[in-house]
Design a protein. Structure first.
Length: 122
């Protein structure tokens, strides 16, 4: 299977998965973007696991393209995160905007580190 096709299929599946997560969590905390936060957190955790598992395994390039570049690239939502944070700012909800930025970034970094530790990475 071609590299582009692997990324394309993985990305489509990731985007659909993100849509399902954000739809399921919509409105659970008012207008706070909980679904986007959850997608970024779990996507980062999975990215840490994948990076750790695939480290030094060039023979698994197809898996990396499909899962890390495609699926997780489509699943994590930092473009949505940016737009939603700006919407909170423009709506005068500065505390929610700052909370979204801090929690998204800190939780994403922590989840990625945990994922890497779980498989014995750095």
């Amino acid at each position: 299977m071609s590299k582009l096709l692997l990324v394309f299929i993985g990305g489509g599946l990731g985007a659909v998965s993100r849509f399902l997560v954000t739809t399921a969590l919509a409105g659970k905390l008012g207008n706070f973007p909980l679904g986007t936060l959850a997608a970024n957190f779990f996507g980062s955790l999975l990215m840490g696991l994948v990076v750790g598992i695939l480290a030094g395994r060039a023979n698994l390039e197809s898996v990396r393209l499909f899962v890390a570049v495609g699926f997780l690239g489509g699943f994590t939502t930092f473009s949505s995160f940016s737009a939603e944070t700006l919407a909170l700012i423009h709506g005068g909800q500065i505390f929610s905007a700052v909370t979204n930025v801090v929690v998204s970034v800190a939780a994403g970094l922590a989840a990625c580190a945990v994922g890497m530790k779980l498989i014995g990475g750095n």
